[in-house]
Design a protein around this ligand. Structure first.
Ligand code: 2HA
Ligand code: ZN
Length: 268
């Protein structure tokens, strides 16, 4: 028995996570247990789920997140591999319930798979999204090769420098990642500093680049968050391929990019 049985909407959300986990692995962005996915699935929860008994002890989040009272999340399990999650999402992740104190949670299904060690930072983002009235329900952290490679050169790390280069490589990137790419200077993985800087930057961008580490994206669902990383990564590949052929890519002109913004009614 799985919590997904007889619940097609919830099942579809978890299947999307599995599909994206497969893409992350196939792209070479998810070595070993690299990366994390959390999805707020509260919209798909019914009374029977609300009545389900916990299958773990009460676990502390380490902070109080007032907007998450009674929320439910699908979370990748700590130490689990994306390539395994792609095939067996409920063996490599679990569904948790945030308790009424807003600072602790229990696992409710299917197995007692402990959530990612990055849970507090992911939940902090979800808490902030709810507070803002955002429709975003998913967060994805992964290690896209080309974007991480570009983050090793300080010349790309000024505000919106990389955004403009990536937008100018192919029109779709501006259309489908219209806020661009935020930049977070190197911080220790899992640290509060990294979590705080990410939270702040996600007010202005849907995808942020962690210098010499990876990206963190938010989206309507896991597919939407993945798509934004994917279009940015495509642009980074075109840039790098041009350089590998021995020339600096010309890029679309500022006029051509302005024309795009007008035609597609883009915010920037
Ligand atoms: O959870 O990628 O940076 C694995 C990670 C953390
Ligand atoms: Zn990482």
């Amino acid at each position: 028995m799985s919590i997904l049985d007889g619940r097609p909407a919830l099942k579809a959300e978890v299947e999307k996570v599995a599909e994206v986990a497969g893409y992350l692995w196939q792209n070479g962005w998810a070595e070993r247990n690299g990366g994390n996915i959390t999805v707020n699935v509260t919209d798909y929860v019914d009374d029977a789920i609300r009545a389900m008994k916990p299958i773990s002890e009460v676990k502390q989040i380490g902070k109080q997140l007032k907007n998450l009272k009674g929320c439910y999340f699908y979370c990748k399990g700590t130490g689990k591999r994306m390539r395994d999650l792609a095939r067996w999402p409920m063996d490599n992740g679990s569904i948790i319930r945030i308790l009424d104190d807003c600072s602790s949670y229990v696992i409710i299904a299917d197995n007692a798979v402990m959530p990612t060690s990055e849970l507090p930072s992911h939940l902090t983002v979800h808490d902030h999204l709810i507070e803002k009235g955002s429709k975003y329900r998913a967060t994805v952290h992964t290690h896209p090769i080309e974007l991480v490679a570009m983050s090793h050169n300080k010349k790309f790390l000024g505000k919106d420098v990389l955004t403009n280069i990536l937008w100018s490589m192919i029109p779709e990137t501006k259309a489908f990642c219209p806020l661009g790419l935020g930049i977070i200077p190197y911080q220790l993985p899992g640290s509060n500093q990294l979590a705080d800087a990410t939270l702040k930057e996600l007010d202005d961008y849907d995808v942020v680049l962690w210098e010499k580490h990876g990206v963190f994206a938010q989206g309507l669902d896991v597919m939407d968050a993945f798509d934004q990383i994917d279009v940015l990564s495509k642009s980074a590949k075109i840039y790098i391929d041009s350089k590998a052929m021995g020339f600096e890519p010309e890029g679309m002109s500022q006029e051509q990019m302005k024309e795009m913004s007008k035609a597609f009614n883009l915010p920037k």
